[in-house]
Design a binder for this molecule. Sequence first.
Ligand code: NAI
Length: 346
Amino acid sequence: MNTSARKKAHDNLSDQQHKNIAFFSTRSYEHALFSELLETLNGASDKTINATFFEHPLNASTAASCSGFSDVVVFVNDDINRKTIEALKLCGVKHIALRCAGFNNVDVDAAAKAGITVSRVPAYSPETVAEHTIALILTLNRKTHKAYNRVREGNFNLGGLMGFTLHGKTVGVIGTGKIGQAVIRILLGFGCHVLCFDPHPNNDVTTMGAHYVTLNELLEKSVIVTLHCPLNEQSHHIINAKSIDKMPQGVMLINTSRGGLVDDNAIIKGLKSKKIGYLGLDVYERESELFFNDHSQDIIQDDIFQRLTTFPNVLITGHQGFFTLEALEEIAKITVNNIMTGENAL
Ligand code: NAI
């Protein structure tokens, strides 16, 4: 937050006297960043913002604990459905601040009906997620994760490590918003041909040198397909058995957006038939039961997830596309500013 934004936040705060904020699904790295920021904002003496950090998620069963909080700060896997919102209303919560871009986990209509405002962080560092997308593409292609282990064990055999040259290949980008465009810029730098699909085409994309086509043409012609659209009714399972059928044999599929964009059963069939040659995921449809926690000593009950991890050509990361220091600092600043100024309301 720059000096004028901090002053604006402070002016707003003095109108409202006091704020009691509950943070949900918080991990130590976020706790530290938010605490430091709020301390600076509060100043040395007159503490006007109180923050309580919970590790557990906000959902219908935990919402009753929000009594006395004016604002709640939530993340990607908190479940802000109608029941959660009704409980928040009874507790007197006035504002839900998402510390992320996507808002598919919030019943926005129910919040409006309850008179609770909702804000999000629409853009903090699109390049951060774009770079992780490229990391998945490069790792799957050149198999550096496997080479790392081989070399450490004294095995310098190259068998099975052969990749393909990205230069000159056709890559399909579904969703050309902030992150999609950052991905396109990098891919064009590699010398790829970029085909795009978005119901709202953007001139900047064509100026950069990418081409809008129909979804079918993108699926038919791209050797890599990467998803950068939000999850909504139209995009749910946009990658399904039919769309996989249209893709070329051995296609690489990358999803760093939301798990619900892909039908996992169709993906598994595609991997078994070798239609999908590479799969890179940073998100998973039922990730809320797994991601952001250590389950290394548990028996994981999600058989679909477990099956996905058995393929040699699948690389899964646990929703870490956003996870750089720069992005986290930006998320913290914008979230606090949203709470204080009412900006970025849905
Ligand atoms: P954005 O709002 O800037 O762009 C989304 C684009 O998708 C828009 O151009 C929109 O017209 C397009 N779109 C909407 N429906 C579509 C459809 N059915 N097919 C194709 N395109 C469609 O959003 P931004 O910032 O680029 O983020 C994209 C997504 O990335 C977010 O919705 C979120 O789910 C995900 N994300 C993932 C993160 C991670 O850590 N893995 C971090 C941040 C965002």
